[in-house]
Design a protein around this ligand. Structure first.
Ligand code: FES
Length: 147
């Protein structure tokens, strides 16, 4: 088929994703689930001088979600935590040159997991309260996500 609807960047990040894996003893950890499809994404960060020094992801999801994870980790690496908090779902999709309309929901997890990891760190250092670290849009009460 000539037209599959995925940008070159999506295909590149899907075929050769960056920053896959886990970090031992991360400073921040975020896990979010996509209520649309049930896919899961985890992001671990190491923080140094208020910047994201290292970042890794594991995604149990579709190809678009893997491309999104790879891209968001690339976008966040080296940024200050405040800068990384400003990365939106749309920024990630735009940076990938878009996703097909029916796969736009797959771009949600990246920014959400990143923000969850940063908030987890902020709770640890006492910058915010645990209740402020809740993942807003993606909360899906009652599901345990294996925790
Ligand atoms: Fe679940 Fe793409 S189908 S994140």
């Amino acid at each position: 088929m000539a037209q599959i609807g995925y940008s070159k960047k999506v295909m590149e990040h899907f075929m050769n994703p960056k920053n896959v894996g886990v970090i031992e003893n991360p400073d921040g950890y975020g896990k979010v689930g996509n209520p649309v499809c049930g896919d899961l994404m985890e992001i671990c960060i190491k923080v140094k001088d208020d910047r994201i020094d290292d970042i890794k992801f594991r995604t149990f999801g579709c190809g678009s979600a893997i491309a999104v994870s790879s891209m968001v980790t690339e976008m966040a690496k080296g940024k200050t935590l405040d800068e990384a908090m400003l990365i939106t779902r749309k920024d990630v999709a735009d940076e990938l040159d878009g996703l097909p309309p029916q796969k736009m929901h797959c771009s949600n997890l990246g920014a959400d997991a990143l923000h969850a990891a940063i908030k987890n760190y902020w709770v640890k250092i006492g910058k915010i309260k645990p209740e402020e670290a809740k993942v807003e849009e993606e909360s899906h009460e009652g599901e345990s996500c294996g925790t």
